[in-house]
Ligand binder design. Structure first.
Ligand SMILES: [Zn+2]
Length: 144
């Protein structure tokens, strides 16, 4: 894999936000709850701290979740910048699969990585301020 972000993202905080994605050391529950040793929480229970309706992955937080206004506002700026730069129209409503598709498409684009790194840094800082949500054990087997 080309580590394009190491060269193209000059701000150290923004660069770390991207590095964290590649190493699974980001703030989102899918990875964060993996670190809790001796306390394995099933993937299905690591739900989004805001919408509590999907597994909290980086792509869910970045492109899919509509439950947090701050994130939605920042995302709208990102969408506008992507539209202006690459002429890509990131859909507002994304499925789990299409959010991952767009996440990778932006992440691996050399023209957008600087913008995306800043965005990931900003939402990571913001999300980390809200306590993670772990679904009770009886709520399993829902829509994934
Ligand atoms: Zn959510």
């Amino acid at each position: 894999m080309l580590r394009h972000y190491l060269v193209l993202v000059e701000n150290a905080d923004y660069c770390r936000a991207i590095t964290a994605l590649f190493f699974g050391r980001h703030v989102f529950a899918i990875a964060r709850l993996e670190w809790m040793k001796g306390n394995t929480i099933q993937k299905e229970r690591r739900l989004c701290r805001f919408c509590k309706a999907a597994i909290e992955t980086p792509e869910h937080a970045a492109l899919q979740c509509q439950a947090d206004l701050y994130t939605v506002n920042l995302r709208n700026h990102l969408r506008e910048a992507v539209r202006a730069g690459n002429k890509w129209e990131i859909p507002v409503n994304l499925t789990n699969q299409s959010s991952l598709y767009w996440f990778k498409k932006i992440l691996f684009n050399r023209d957008l990585i600087g913008l995306f790194a800043k965005y990931m840094y900003e939402i990571s800082v913001h999300w980390a301020k809200t306590k993670m949500f772990i679904a009770p054990e009886e709520i399993t087997g829902n829509q994934y």
